[in-house]
Design a protein around this ligand. Structure first.
Ligand SMILES: [Zn+2]
Length: 89
């Protein structure tokens, strides 16, 4: 059993810790500029990663993690929308 698969890790914008990609959700900005939670990891657009929990999304909001990641000001309404999508899963 010498097969060690390297699990791709990504930095969570909330807690600033590396986590295996599959434990994170992808926040994606479409070419039209709309943000959504991408649970398939296949949506087109620029993406950022966050733990699949409310706390990390709130941390990301407070630290402006998404703002930095997408290099633009993200509205509170966008975070609220993302939170709704996250909680509906
Ligand atoms: Zn996190």
């Amino acid at each position: 059993m010498a097969v060690t698969k390297k699990i791709p890790a990504r930095l969570c914008l909330g807690c600033q810790q590396q986590h295996p990609k599959k434990e994170l959700v992808r926040i994606v900005r479409s070419p039209e500029g709309e943000f959504s939670v991408d649970l398939t990891g296949k949506k087109a657009g620029r993406g950022a990663y966050i733990c699949n929990n409310k706390e990390c999304l709130e941390k990301a909001f407070k630290s402006h993690g998404l703002d930095r990641s997408f290099k633009s000001k993200i509205d509170k309404a966008v975070y609220d929308e993302l939170l709704q999508q996250l909680l509906s899963e």
